[in-house]
Design a binder for this molecule. Structure first.
Ligand SMILES: *[C@@H]1O[C@H](CO)[C@@H](O)[C@H](O)[C@H]1NC(C)=O
Ligand SMILES: *[C@@H]1O[C@H](CO)[C@@H](O)[C@H](O)[C@H]1NC(C)=O
Ligand SMILES: *[C@@H]1O[C@H](CO)[C@@H](O)[C@H](O)[C@H]1NC(C)=O
Ligand SMILES: *[C@@H]1O[C@H](CO)[C@@H](O)[C@H](O)[C@H]1NC(C)=O
Ligand SMILES: *[C@@H]1O[C@H](CO)[C@@H](O)[C@H](O)[C@H]1NC(C)=O
Length: 601
């Protein structure tokens, strides 16, 4: 009754908002999308965009036109999205719903207020998109970056009429903006290498999903695939001459991202996770690089995975090298954030350093946190001098055995342990945080342990028979098992238990693909479509207007989006038997749409 009254009132003013008789279901769901009742609206054969001259917009418009005409998208399963009814009913797309007057959309006019705004953290990404029945459509945005998102939405609401024509099903009014400014994916290109084409394809899919950060974990202790002018010998530790990112490759990735509104955030992990490359400059700046990582006696392990290596914190040559590398890479990457790693420092590793041993002798009261602080005190000002905002893993602050003592409050901490507990600790202490909780957002989890010569597997017992042996047991065999399903990701409330002040410190989140067991062959299927669940979580959230989690409707949306990714050449994994997809909600656990949440929190 209230809905009906609302509809009548609204109808008088503008249009009736009740009917959502459309089949498209864009992902991420816009913050506000109001379908009208008039349609379909046909795109004129010479449909175009009126726009101000600007190379970024120009390129985006061209991509959009190419895509909508070549894709000729037909929603794979035609259902009424967000139907209040159950089950949903089919709609005949080719049937005109109103009268026989063909409504033609000849153009969309794009109005960007300010083209001078750089792509950086916190930039305004909002837009409005209007499709009217009797005149040209409009896109308005404060920045070109908002206009790019508008075009992605348009890409998803234009569909085939089945006869070579394109339609938008109804008039529509969209007002949209992201909930979080930092929406990213981490890709590790050091444990295994990915060709540049993989990076570009991934950036494309991020942009389609309105994600805006590609966190490039370029190097690690195993390989150094990045060509530098200051130390060209470092690529002696690339996997081969074909597995190197040249300076022009890197520039291509940065430019490609920028044209699509995706920032390339580089990470140079230090002082831990450092061996490859550095030892080509001088083995003396790497500690424990030749030790046996597990020592065959775990209490004495020098790294959590092979191969070990940490920058020598006391050898002063380290700082000359680090300074040269920082000044070169910060000039290559225009991105304002710089990720300096600082995760997983291991105490035993420094037993292999004569410099550190000597320093501990000279400073008998010094602790490992003093040692970590020593490094931070030298490297922090080097990065500050380049005008970058520093990002580090939470370990620099929260590591139980090797944190620094005093981390400046302007360092952004990226959280990966203990779920919301650590997010809470970090924000309560006044730091900004990027959430990458392994229990929810690590895409590499659940594929089993990868260490070889591992006797823990040599047991003829059923899963769960030996409690605590996580390496082979029922939890899936990797330290962060099990596999994170799209639902696990989508339902994660990244600011759960945070106060309003703490919530303000949450910049956003990143999914992460660490690449011990990934390379080009499995990249797409591990990243997609699960990262799209995070994309929506960060763009418009996981709840409907009533505050209820909308995982039920999201199932249909992400299935459809997966089909679209595949059609666009991204090998996204299937989520369900096709039968479920073709019979929307037939594979739901509960038929009842409003079944109470378990609320396990
Ligand atoms: C859909 O509409 C087309 C054109 O009006 C018609 O030929 C076709 O039979 C309709 N299909 C169904 C299932 O109603
Ligand atoms: C490293 O040195 C510390 C302090 O002397 C000692 O407790 C620890 O066992 C040593 N670790 C290794 C791997 O030798
Ligand atoms: C080390 O600690 C001891 C005991 O607290 C103290 O007496 C001593 O002065 C300290 N030495 C230095 C060099 O700080
Ligand atoms: C978070 O803290 C609570 C309360 O101390 C604890 O019960 C829970 O296990 C912690 N969660 C994680 C993921 O560590
Ligand atoms: C669905 O579940 C809700 C909440 O328990 C309940 O109020 C409602 O009656 C149920 N609807 C049906 C059709 O069973």
């Amino acid at each position: 009754m209230i809905n009906l009254l609302y509809c009548i009132v609204v109808l008088i003013i503008t249009r009736c908002l009740l009917a959502e008789a459309v089949s498209v279901n864009p992902l991420p769901k816009p913050r506000s999308i109001q379908w009208g009742y008039v349609g379909p609206i046909y795109l004129h054969r010479s449909f175009t965009f009126f726009r101000q001259p600007n190379p970024i917009l120009e390129a985006a418009v061209e991509r959009t036109l190419n895509l909508i005409w070549s894709e000729q998208w037909k929603p794979r399963v035609i259902v009424q999205s967000e139907s209040p009814n159950y089950p949903p009913f089919p709609i005949n797309l080719t049937k005109r719903t109103d009268d026989d007057n063909i409504r033609l959309l000849t153009a969309i006019s794009i109005d960007v207020k300010d083209f001078s705004v750089h792509l950086q953290h916190g930039v305004d990404e909002s837009y409005t998109l209007d499709i009217f029945s009797d005149r040209i459509g409009t896109i308005t945005s404060k920045t070109v970056w908002g206009a790019l998102h508008a075009l992605q939405t348009l890409n998803q609401i234009v569909i085939s009429d089945g006869n070579g024509g394109l339609i938008i099903e109804k008039t529509v009014h969209i007002e949209d903006a992201p909930l979080y400014p930092h929406r990213g994916l981490l890709l590790d290109t050091a444990r295994n290498f990915y060709p540049v084409s993989d990076l570009l394809k991934t950036i494309d899919a991020l942009a389609w999903s309105k994600m805006n950060v590609f966190h490039w974990h370029i190097v690690d202790s195993q390989s150094w695939p990045l060509q530098l002018k200051s130390y060209p010998q470092m690529t002696g530790d690339a996997y081969s001459n074909n597995e190197i990112y040249s300076q022009s490759d890197v520039q291509q990735v940065i430019d490609y991202g920028r044209l699509r509104g995706v920032r390339i955030l580089p990470e140079f992990d230090m002082p831990g996770h450092a061996r490859a490359g550095y030892r080509q400059i001088d083995p003396d700046i790497v500690s424990c690089g030749d030790s046996w990582w597990s020592n065959d006696e775990w209490p004495y392990h020098t790294a959590v995975e092979p191969t070990p290596g940490q920058l020598d914190i006391i050898n002063q040559k380290t700082y000359k090298v680090v300074n040269n590398i920082i000044s070169e890479v910060t000039s290559i990457f225009t991105e304002k954030f710089f990720h300096a790693g600082f995760d997983e420092l291991n105490q035993n590793c420094y037993n292999y350093s004569k410099y550190v041993s000597e320093w501990f002798k000279e400073n008998p009261n010094a602790t490992y946190p003093d040692l970590a602080q020593y490094f931070l005190d030298r490297v922090y000002p080097m990065i500050k001098a380049t005008n970058k905002r520093i990002v580090m893993w939470e370990d620099v602050f929260l590591s139980p055995d090797f944190p620094a003592k005093d981390v400046p409050k302007d360092v952004i901490l990226q959280s990966w342990n203990e779920g919301v507990n650590n997010t809470k600790k970090i924000t309560a202490a006044g730091y900004d945080v990027i959430v990458s909780s392994a229990d929810f957002l690590y895409l590499d989890c659940g594929f089993g342990g990868w260490i070889s010569n591992d006797p823990r597997y040599n047991q003829n017992l059923n899963n769960g028979a030996a409690i605590g042996d996580f390496n082979w047991g029922g939890t899936g065999g990797s330290w962060c098992a099990p596999y994170k399903t799209w639902q696990r990701i989508y339902d994660y409330d990244i600011d759960y238990t945070l106060t309003d002040i703490e919530k303000k410190h949450v910049l956003g989140a990143e999914a992460a693909l660490w690449s011990e067991q990934s390379d080009s062959v499995v990249l797409d299927s591990k990243v997609w479509p699960r990262t799209a669940a995070l994309a929506e979580l960060l763009w418009s959230g996981n709840k409907d207007m009533s505050g209820r989690k909308r995982y039920r409707e999201m199932a249909q949306r992400i299935n459809e989006y997966r089909e679209r990714l595949v059609a666009r050449g991204v090998g996204a994994a299937p989520l369900q038997p096709k039968w479920c997809y073709k019979n929307p909600h037939a594979c739901d656990f509960f038929r009842n749409e409003t079944v109470p949440d378990y609320n396990l929190q």
